[in-house]
Design a protein around this ligand. Structure first.
Ligand code: SIN
Length: 291
């Protein structure tokens, strides 16, 4: 894609998705339109060298749409639209927020369309975020499997926050306030396995190993082999990119057609990012459902 505005420079991060963007100047309407266009094209964008106060991050998020707050996660007392994603240097051998492939809060009736993550403090090395392109993952499937998946729904639930909990052996970072054992998080919500992006019209796989429980109308055991195949297929290296953080960077990704994974390889170093989300629509199926 050639840059739609001469004040922004766009460099693709990988063959499949992601773009590094340098801005020359403030985010006025022209630059914002170019950023939106780049997001639709690259699915993940990495803006370099910003100096955003928390209220500026919130204001930028609002330009994409209505802000949505993350369920079961503590937000900042001073800025209730922001989650501080933190792991402190003295927290070793603990799990971190987002340390498995997922699309943000896919168990909501209207999952967030986009998330913004702004780096305040990052390790000297490690702590990268990986992304996978669920449009290309879908496109690479056989026509036969596509036809099956187009007509299927999957059940999603807020499993890490529910009564089943996370495996007892995994201690979780104390620096991010996560509510556990909430019965309402066990509620299953049906979403199409293949959703259509309202902006681009492209089809994307919409399942992930954290929140997808099973296919609708099937048991967990019946669903597992095909879901496991899709999870492994979707994150093949060819469909991914790797975002390396510098303080002052802002990542924006489209949750409707990507998965992401926070790499937890920086024990002994502090990492702090501010995170906001934009409200999405109810996922649109590839084939209309007769409910
Ligand atoms: C997330 O899943 O939103 C966290 C990503 C990160 O910390 O890199």
């Amino acid at each position: 894609m050639t840059s739609p505005d001469s004040r922004i420079t766009i460099r693709p991060m990988a063959g499949s998705l992601g773009a590094d963007i340098d801005l020359a100047g403030p985010v006025d309407d022209g630059i914002f339109a170019a950023i939106r266009q780049a997001l639709d094209h690259y699915l993940v964008i990495h803006l370099h060298g910003l100096d955003l106060a928390p209220e500026e991050l919130v204001a930028l998020t609002r330009r994409f749409g209505t802000i949505s707050r993350a369920p079961y996660i503590k937000h900042m007392d001073t800025h209730p639209d922001i989650v501080a994603v933190k792991k402190a240097a003295d927290e070793r051998k603990v799990s971190t927020f987002g340390n498995a492939w997922h699309s943000d809060f896919s168990f909501l009736d209207q999952p967030p369309m986009a998330s913004l993550l702004y780096a305040r403090q990052v390790p000297s090395h490690g702590g990268d975020t990986l992304f996978a392109n669920m449009v290309e993952a879908y496109d690479a499937l056989s026509d036969g499997l596509k036809a099956v998946l187009d007509g299927l729904d999957a059940m999603h639930a807020g499993r890490p926050y529910g009564t089943g909990g996370v495996p007892g052996t995994i201690a979780v970072s104390r620096s991010i306030g996560i509510e556990r054992n909430r019965p309402e998080a066990d509620r299953e919500v049906a979403h199409p396995v293949v959703r259509v992006h309202p902006g681009t019209g492209r089809k994307a796989l919409f399942v992930n190993p954290i929140y997808t429980i099973r296919f609708a109308g099937m048991t967990v055991e019946e669903s597992r082999p095909l879901l496991d195949f899709l999870y492994a297929h979707a994150v093949r290296p060819e469909f991914t990119c790797r975002l390396r953080w510098t303080a002052g960077d802002l990542a924006i990704w489209d949750n409707r057609c990507t998965l992401h994974y926070a790499v937890n390889d920086y024990d002994g170093q502090d990492r702090l990012l501010y995170r906001t989300m934009v409200q999405g629509e109810r996922p649109v199926p590839a084939i209309p459902r007769r409910h």
